[in-house]
Design a protein around this ligand. Structure first.
Ligand code: VAH
Length: 312
């Protein structure tokens, strides 16, 4: 059996469908503290990753061989509630790693471009660089990466991780993050043909279409253990674009789309991260290769968000 925590989140909603298609409906056990969808099909356990006794009960009930541990707060949510971000993002991870150590599970845990900070190069960030993030989210990701590596060396836990860029999908509502403007903009486009953007037009951030991220994640989890040379977290990227570039692409669909730039606190968060990333390690070690460029992603998101809004 495979456990997915944070199963109703932006990544979880896509990952669960892909895992079910690959390994069979009955193999996947979903867990979330706030299950979103009443029409959910399959096994859904409601619980908190901070509760290790609860996690142990689940492990005994299902005997998981793999855990995709996605539950966590994002950058903006983390700034609203740093204490909660610390607890959920780090205590939750430690609980999962303890289960994995005691029951020999393979673990996937997402890190993020939020590990990068003021002292990290802005362009083509190398795999190993200086990481001094300024958000609580970034702090939990740096600490979490080190914890993963520690559990690998100390206890042999087969934990694998990716530093996700901004991920853009439509199967769940976007979360409380900074890169999420690139999803919200499609809701603005479809609902009122306009969007007020909380970042400046030239803010370049590393991004990826969700299907690519899910494919890469499963690819990493299926790679032979000896190929995994990074046990903190892999640099991982596909496309880097600015709000202005995304708007130009959207105007190919809707030429009179209106954009207003009204940067707020999230601008500072975005500026603390990198613009482009060197992810050659992921490409060498487990064959990472993206399929979506900006035009292809824009069209897929437009169609996906439109369909989602029509069905609500
Ligand atoms: C955020 N989307 O903006 C998240 C993410 C790449 C950053 O982890 O907070």
């Amino acid at each position: 059996k495979i456990l997915v925590t944070g199963a109703c989140g932006l990544v979880g909603s896509d990952l669960v469908l892909a895992l079910k298609a690959k390994y069979g409906e009955n193999t996947i056990v979903c867990m979330d503290c706030h299950p979103a969808d009443q029409h959910f099909e399959g096994v859904m356990e409601v619980g908190d990753v901070c509760d290790v006794a609860y996690l142990r009960t689940l492990q005994k009930k299902y005997d998981f061989g793999q855990i995709y541990h996605l539950a966590g707060l994002l950058s903006v949510g983390g700034e609203k509630n740093p204490d909660r971000a610390w607890r959920v993002n780090l205590l939750g991870l430690k609980n999962i790693l303890d289960i994995a150590r005691d029951y020999q599970c393979r673990v996937f845990w997402p890190s993020s471009i939020a590990v990068y900070g003021e002292t990290t190069p802005k362009a083509l960030v190398p795999q190993h660089a200086s990481f001094e993030p300024t958000t609580m989210y970034g702090v939990t990701k740096v600490a979490g990466e080190l914890l993963c590596q520690y559990y690998f060396h100390k206890y042999g836990v087969d934990v694998r991780s990716i530093r996700y860029p901004g991920l853009n999908g439509y199967k769940a509502a976007p979360g409380d993050g900074t890169t999420e403007y690139a999803i919200h903009i499609f809701y603005g486009l479809i609902k009122e043909n306009r969007y007020e953007c909380f970042l400046k037009p030239d803010t370049r951030l590393p991004m990826m279409y969700m299907d690519d991220a899910i494919r890469g994640t499963i690819q990493l989890m299926e790679a032979p253990a000896e190929n995994i040379t990074i046990r903190t977290s892999y640099n991982f990227t596909a496309i880097s674009f600015t709000p202005a570039e995304l708007v130009a692409e959207i105007r190919k669909i809707s030429p009179d789309f209106e954009i207003i730039y009204n940067p707020d606190d999230r601008q500072k968060i975005a500026e603390s991260w990198a613009q482009t990333i060197d992810d050659s390690k992921a490409r060498e070690d487990w064959g990472w290769q993206e399929e979506y460029d900006l035009p292809k992603m824009t069209m897929a998101l437009y169609k996906g968000v439109k369909e989602r809004l029509e069905n609500v």
